[in-house]
Design a protein around this ligand. Structure first.
Ligand code: ZN
Ligand code: ZN
Length: 353
């Protein structure tokens, strides 16, 4: 079967012929119908993130935002069979540790990120295996098509968890969203849909235009602003209730924290680049005196899909609005390259394998 594979960090991915996966007893093999292309793929391709223990090596098939159909079932799998329409979260849990048992599989003890490690080849391929399939597979409702599901991928669900579970967003809250890539635009749409007031910050007018279309109450071009936190304070009458760093560089993180009102909540969603290597200095005394909360947020516990699907069904949320262009598998190398310059708008989705 065909797959997009890392040959060397930073060198264009190559489309290769690789063996079709055989399911282990706990696994299913999914025939890929759609898969999002994400900044996390770009990071892995650059060789980032060894500072927290993920080193994606040459030979890796990337791709972690899939939707597809079960094509083959391991001997121990009980709940899924051939032909089922499914998706999986990018953080495949073991199903047995204390976090998985308590409904927090996104922070599983032995979390296996799909498409980033040898043991979990990804979905930039005609098919891919899923560990602990009974635990990780999620049935796709009829109302959600494959492309929309791939758009929900990691960024939309990450933004949903960040806003609802980690920030405890309330209607009327002002939310400053720093960085309007896939996760940032998702956060704009979700915040607006849930009755909050999103303020979108980015350096590209095209992304700010998209944010306005998705319901941003105000936008700030960080390249033109002398003082980004000051501008957020001006448009929110004293500071945001919630701020999100949806990019993961020192500047957006500090701007996000600085844009908060007293007792505001910062949610860090973006993982850092090799520039920061996981370390960003913050105004801790100010945060203490102003009772600012700093939360990390990673993916979304799979138990939360039900609520997301209900809101999609009700027409409140529409992940398809964040989908950018649709691509064929052979377009992936060029799309990934263009992410270095932040040229993609919305979430590119492969729908042709
Ligand atoms: Zn676990
Ligand atoms: Zn992703």
């Amino acid at each position: 079967m065909r797959a997009a594979v890392i040959e060397e960090h930073g060198e264009p991915l190559t489309i290769q012929d690789v063996p079709y996966p055989e399911p282990q007893p706990d696994q299913v093999v999914i025939e890929t119908e759609a898969c999002g292309v994400c900044r996390s793929d770009w990071h892995a391709w650059q060789g980032d993130w060894e500072w927290f223990g993920i080193q994606t090596g040459p030979g890796q098939i990337l791709g972690h935002e899939p939707a597809g159909v079960v094509a083959d079932v391991g001997a121990d799998v009980e709940q899924f069979s051939e032909g089922d329409r499914i998706t999986v979260p990018f953080h495949l849990g073991d199903g047995s540790c204390q976090y998985c048992q308590r409904g927090h599989a996104n922070i599983c003890e032995t979390s296996m990120p799909l498409g980033f490690l040898d043991a979990a080849p990804g979905a930039f391929a005609e098919a891919f295996p899923v560990r602990e399939a009974d635990f990780n597979c999620v049935t796709l409702p009829d109302a959600v098509d494959f492309t929309e599901m791939a758009g929900l991928g990691c960024r939309f669900m990450t933004a949903y968890h960040a806003l609802t579970d980690r920030a405890d967003l309330r209607p009327g809250d002002a939310v400053a969203i720093h960085g309007c890539g896939g996760v940032g635009l998702s956060a704009v749409h979700i915040a607006d849909a849930l009755g909050a007031e999103p303020i979108a910050v980015d350096v590209q007018e095209g992304k700010l235009d998209r944010a306005r279309d998705l319901g941003a109450a105000a936008t700030i071009n960080a390249d033109e602003a002398d003082n980004v936190p000051g501008e957020v304070h001006a448009v929110t009458d004293g500071g945001a209730d919630v701020a999100i760093d949806a990019l993961g560089i020192a500047e957006t993180c500090r701007n996000a924290v600085g844009s908060l009102d007293k007792q505001g909540t910062h949610v860090q969603v973006g993982l850092t680049t090799d520039e920061e290597a996981g370390e960003i200095s913050l105004p801790v005394d100010t945060m203490t005196l102003q009772e600012i909360d700093f939360h990390g947020s990673y993916g979304m516990p799979p138990v939360r899909y039900d609520e997301l699907f209900r809101l999609i069904d009700a027409g409140t949320l529409a992940p398809s609005k964040i989908v950018g262009e649709t691509l064929a598998l052979e377009d992936v190398p060029a799309t990934l390259s263009s992410m270095g310059a932040y040229e993609t708008v919305g979430i590119p989705v492969i729908d042709e394998f």
